[in-house]
Design a protein around this ligand. Sequence first.
Ligand code: FAD
Length: 354
Amino acid sequence: MKTLDYIIVGRGLAGSLLANELTNQGKKIAIVSDESMGSSSLVAGGMFNPVTGKNLGKTWLADKLFPYFFEYYQALEKELQASFFHPIGVFRPFSNEENKAYFARQMEHNDLYDYLELQAPDSLLQQDIKSELGGLNTKMAGWVDIKVMLEKIKEKLSSKGQYVLNEFVDYKQIKINSERVFYKDFEAKAIIFCDGFFAKNNPWFSWLPFNPVKGETVIAEVENYNVSKIMNQGKWVMPLGKNKVRLGATYSWHRLDFENTDEAREELISKTGKFLKRHVKVLGQQAGVRPSTTDRRPFFGVHPKEKNAFCFNGLGTKGVSIAPFFVEQFLGFLSGEKDIHPEANIERFYSLFS
Ligand SMILES: Cc1cc2nc3c(=O)[nH]c(=O)nc-3n(C[C@H](O)[C@H](O)[C@H](O)COP(=O)(O)OP(=O)(O)OC[C@H]3O[C@@H](n4cnc5c(N)ncnc54)[C@H](O)[C@@H]3O)c2cc1C
């Protein structure tokens, strides 16, 4: 038997950030994930945006989460000697005079001046984007290249002698008693499930009220594209450099699988075509399922009966913004030093467990 502190199931954003911090604390871990199963993290746009939606709503806990993860990702880039944090800003072109007036009112009403600023029409931008009326610039917005970050974390974990396994975890092979957790030839103090959408099959946590949402994005080439910010008018266009962009994202609650669809591709091209002036050539497409929840708050905490089975899930549509702050809180919870924010703690749903 190999003796560990923690077994982590799932190497997406949730499992990777936790594994990295546990490693920094000197804990011995095994992280097990099946790379052929599909992942939300690997197809995500990775966008962070403190003000979203057509009514300009402030992201939950934005004033806490955003300053926290700006420092966190920048420090992680230095530590891993990689570049994946891109705070390039988001621009929302006004679609018409009514929309312009509404956004101005919402900015005042929701007191968004720390995050938003009005931008006058810019003739250079208008070569690429319909933005004759100007638009709104969102500060503290941008994207994280999750794929690059996760790969770098994986390399670090392996170099530190942690077990990084690419295999399917049959939940029946996990044995939990009041003292220890057993999986194959591993024995650990506790297990942390970071299995995203697949928690629906997890015998310990499938009772949580998930509300998964399928999403698709498209990678495309746009000739002579000179725009440095993410453009957003409901659907977004994210510059990836060298005339490449990502178009995103769709939302579907019905067909929860990892298949690309013609409908999603056509929707993204037609909706971004309302503000993108240049021709788009599709290079690829990706699909995933977001681990969203019915009350749109994450699922962090301990199983109601098994005190060494934990869940770090429910990152929903905003994992990039939510995960860093709560990884720290969750580690404090594991060591008995901190509580989890009541809106994020799965205790709020214990009454659903039978
Ligand atoms: C199209 C799309 C666009 C998105 N855009 C954004 C965005 O712009 N900004 C943002 O913040 N978020 C975005 N998201 C959401 C974001 O992807 C999630 O919030 C976050 O990545 C979820 O991470 P996770 O680690 O919880 O889940 P996942 O990334 O799904 O990871 C779970 C992992 O567990 C593994 N696993 C599960 N069960 C087992 C098992 N039994 N055995 C072995 N392995 C198992 C899976 O293979 C998977 O790798 C988007 C999602 C989609 C689909």
